[in-house]
Design a protein. Structure first.
Length: 96
C-alpha cells in the first residue's frame, strides 16, 4: 500500500505488517477513509483514523471528522487489531 511519510517527506510502499511495525516504533499511521464511517450504535462518525501505540502490543485509535479532531478513542490489542485496522480501505495513508 502507498503511504506518505510527512516527517521524512517521502513516499513509501508498506504492507500491513509494516504499518504495525511503524506504529510499534513510535510513529502514527493516519488512515483517510473514502467516505464517512459510523459506529454500530450511531454515536460516532469519522472520516480519518489515527493509529498509534500506548505500550507494546497495545494500540489506540483516535478519530477526525471533516478536519475536526474528536475526543473519542478506542483501545485495541495486537490480537484484535486485524478486526479494526484496515489501511487497505484508505484513499490516502500518512505516517507522522
Amino acid at each position: 500500500m502507498k503511504a506518505f511519510d510527512v516527517v521524512k517527506n517521502e513516499a513509501l510502499d508498506v504492507d500491513y505488517d509494516g504499518f504495525v511495525q511503524i506504529m510499534e516504533s513510535g510513529r502514527q499511521v493516519d488512515v483517510f477513509l473514502p467516505e464517512e464511517k459510523t459506529d454500530s450504535d450511531g454515536y460516532l462518525t469519522w472520516d480519518v483514523e489515527h493509529w498509534s501505540t500506548t505500550a507494546p502490543g497495545k494500540f489506540i485509535r483516535t478519530y477526525t471528522l471533516k478536519g475536526r479532531v474528536l475526543r473519542d478513542y478506542t483501545m485495541h490489542n495486537a490480537y484484535d487489531l486485524k478486526t479494526d485496522f484496515h489501511p487497505e480501505l484508505a484513499v490516502k495513508i500518512e505516517i507522522s
